[in-house]
Design a protein. Structure first.
Length: 333
């Protein structure tokens, strides 16, 4: 019965989303079926700029940011490249840290030109699932930051994968078997507004909390995730920027949500980072449409371009209280 319900849900979601041409939707992203199940962080954005209506990531790991920067460097030899969609993934390794990472890019690329340029700089070819992969060693500019040798795969000049070997191999298996979108991922994305151009799903597992706490103790994000099952963020970039959020609590922490998490969310969106000794004045809170249930808090906030850039410079979802030095997620996160 459960597989039948899943198939029915997929049919209903597909009918609603894909019949509405002209509307953006997270579920329109063609890369979603390639995302390995069980990832702790999955984030994506559209790259179809029309004025301000483009996407950008609000929350990703340091390794994921390096993957995106390095892909842009590797693909820079292809002057006609087009990037339409991007997804970044972070997952736990056997050590329990978020050391596995994967970048997925959809667009149009000249595979041979990119591969030949990479090989001239020391990349080596390998084979998996009938596809050619390049072994990319860390760039000189990122010594001490990126410790992993990564795989680069470009499928039919339309899909690029860059990440740790385990993650790229998992994505290739899903591509070869024509896998559907992982059901939990699909269900969560289906809850987001259809007009978002940037989104993040962050699982609040003990592994995730432990990894973040090692590099960002007492950050607003680590406090927000304490006891949370999942944090979902969707953003719409237009003349004003709307950020939607939904925070779901774990079964063993439900009673704390209504009393603790609204204040943590207010901390995230306060106009200024908090002082360590106190809570922000209520006048600083920019939350809107806040609703609370037993195990879920959701709402949205609208920011001007200027306010958003200031909030982003302060660290956005990962910013810290006044008096604490800001650190980005290091290797392993």
């Amino acid at each position: 019965m459960r597989p039948y319900i899943y198939r029915l849900l997929w049919i209903l979601v597909s009918t609603v989303v894909f019949a509405a041409s002209g509307f953006a939707s997270p579920l329109n992203n063609p890369l979603l079926p390639l995302v390995p199940p069980g990832a702790e962080i999955v984030a994506g954005f559209d790259n179809h700029p029309t004025g301000h209506e483009h996407g950008r990531l609000l929350l990703s790991t340091h390794n994921d940011r390096l993957d995106l920067d390095d892909w842009q460097g590797l693909a820079g030899v292809d002057s006609k490249r087009v990037i339409d969609e991007v997804i970044e993934v972070a997952a736990s390794s056997a050590s329990g840290r978020l050391t596995e990472h994967l970048l997925l890019v959809a667009g149009h690329f000249n595979r041979e030109r990119i591969f030949k340029a990479a090989e001239l700089n020391g990349a080596q070819r390998s084979e998996f699932q009938g596809e050619t992969a390049l072994l990319i060693k860390p760039f000189d500019r990122e010594q001490g930051e990126m410790l992993d040798a990564r795989w680069l795969v470009i499928l039919n000049d339309h899909i690029a994968m860059l990440g740790t070997r385990t993650m790229v191999q998992s994505a290739l298996r899903r591509y070869a078997t024509h896998a559907d979108i992982d059901m939990p991922l699909m269900e969560r994305l289906a809850q987001m507004r259809r007009d978002v151009t940037s989104w993040t799903i962050l699982m609040g597992s003990p592994k995730t909390e432990g990894s973040l706490a090692l590099t960002q103790p007492n950050s607003v994000l680590t406090r927000l995730l304490d006891g949370a099952e999942v944090l979902m963020i969707g953003a719409r970039f237009s003349a004003r920027i709307r950020v939607d959020f939904s925070l779901h609590g774990r079964n063993d922490h439900q009673s704390e949500f209504l009393t603790e998490k609204p204040a943590s969310l207010a901390d995230v969106f306060a106009k200024e980072p908090l002082l360590l000794s106190g809570s922000p004045p209520q006048s600083q809170s920019r939350l809107g449409n806040l609703s609370m249930e037993l195990d879920c808090i959701q709402g949205s906030v609208e920011l001007s371009q200027k306010d958003f850039e200031q909030w982003n410079r302060q660290g956005g979802f990962t910013r810290r209280s006044q008096g604490q030095a800001t650190r980005t997620l290091s290797h392993g996160e």
